[in-house]
Design a protein around this ligand. Structure first.
Ligand SMILES: NC(=O)c1ccc[n+]([C@@H]2O[C@H](COP(=O)([O-])OP(=O)(O)OC[C@H]3O[C@@H](n4cnc5c(N)ncnc54)[C@H](OP(=O)(O)O)[C@@H]3O)[C@@H](O)[C@H]2O)c1
Length: 325
């Protein structure tokens, strides 16, 4: 048995139920993990509300954690009992003290990255690496706009964009968050609650717009993201925190802009084990070199995951959130 946050019905944060559940023995190719730290991601809010595709009810949400292997199934050769490992992707089920997980998706944790930092930064660091170096390759001098720039993923993207030599524009909801992203190297913090963000970007760029816009908000921002992206520029929609935007009608797009649109998921970029390990190794190296600094806003008790969900939904948080199992 283990304690876990179980979702029996879709809804608000109150549907997270802290209960005892059975843990299966690890099947062939799986390991049993005792979690030491768990990362939170916006995806879980969508899973909880039933707006993000997930497993059938009831289920345990979460896709990011660090821990120790306590048992291995048959055919597991790469790992042994006692190894420190992490993971950054499905199958969901990380909101638990322990769980089984496929060995083929585990990431060995380096000695110089502690468990809480790993849980706070694997998905976010891998996402920044994939978005800025693979999905779109940011070059020195590019003008790059990042939405939710003070968030867990956005703050990593700001830091990596800066490192790659970009002129960085970041949107946030408050002056306080604007101050935070300035410390990360954002050249132009934009408080979108004070004035339309696209107008601000166009004013700052002399009407030209940015070369690349990383949009993780979706419904509330996508059209305006297109408007403040330059001709030949790229709009990268990698999240839909506010809901799905209206479908993009390819045939109605203004040919004069010849913009590019990408809709990346890190799970495509890390599908092959070699890519998972190389993106994770790059993210850890960026962290080691201080290029990516992980801000842990708060570590909540896993039993109190509902409070963390409420805080993220109220936009109170900056940087990453972790859970203590
Ligand atoms: N495609 C991928 O592979 C991939 C991988 C990782 C994450 N993501 C996406 O990246 C985004 C950020 O995820 P995260 O876990 O790092 O979260 P986060 O950025 O730490 O938190 C979300 C932030 O989004 C902003 N926001 C704007 N509209 C919102 C709304 N309607 N509800 C809640 N927040 C809203 C808030 O910032 P302000 O207060 O500044 O508005 C909030 O702090 C999500 O959309 C997620 O799905 C995608």
């Amino acid at each position: 048995m283990t304690k876990a946050q179980v979702i029996h019905a879709y809804g608000g944060a109150e549907v997270l139920q802290w209960e005892e559940i059975n843990v299966a023995d690890p099947a062939a190719g799986e390991v049993l993990l005792r979690h030491t730290a768990i990362g939170m991601n916006m995806m879980e809010i969508g899973l909880r509300m039933g707006t993000y595709p997930g497993p059938a009810l009831p289920f345990v949400p979460g896709v990011e954690a660090a821990g120790v292997i306590t048992e291995i199934g048959n055919e597991v050769t790469e790992f042994k009992v006692g190894d420190r490992v992490g993971y950054a992707g499905p199958p969901v089920g990380s909101y638990a003290e322990s769980r089984v997980y496929p060995a083929s998706r585990l990431i060995p944790l380096p000695d110089d990255i502690d468990d809480n930092t790993a849980a706070a930064s694997m998905i976010k660091g891998i996402t920044a690496e994939c978005l800025l170096t693979r999905s779109v390759q940011i070059k020195s001098g590019d003008r790059v706009l990042i939405h939710a720039a003070a968030g867990a993923t956005g703050s990593m993207c700001v830091q990596l964009a800066r490192h790659l030599g970009a002129e960085v524009f970041g949107t946030v909801s408050s002056k306080e968050k604007a101050g935070y992203i300035k410390t990360l190297g954002c050249d132009h913090p934009i408080v979108y609650t004070e004035a339309n963000f696209a107008d601000q970007v166009l004013e700052l760029t002399g009407g030209q717009g940015v070369d690349v816009c990383y949009d993780s908000i979706g419904k509330d921002t996508f059209t305006e993201s297109m408007r403040c992206t330059s001709y030949l520029g790229t709009v990268c929609l990698f999240g839909v925190a506010s809901g799905l935007p209206e479908p993009l009608e390819l045939m109605k797009i203004d040919l004069e802009t010849s913009q590019h649109y990408v809709r990346p998921s890190i799970y495509a970029y890390t599908r092959e084990r070699a890519d998972l390990l190389s993106t994770a190794a790059n993210a850890f190296q960026f962290m080691r070199e201080g290029i990516l600094q992980t801000k842990i806003f708060k570590t909540y008790e896993l039993a109190d995951a509902a409070t963390a969900h409420r805080d993220v939904e109220s936009r109170l948080t900056q940087g990453s959130i972790t859970f203590r199992p």
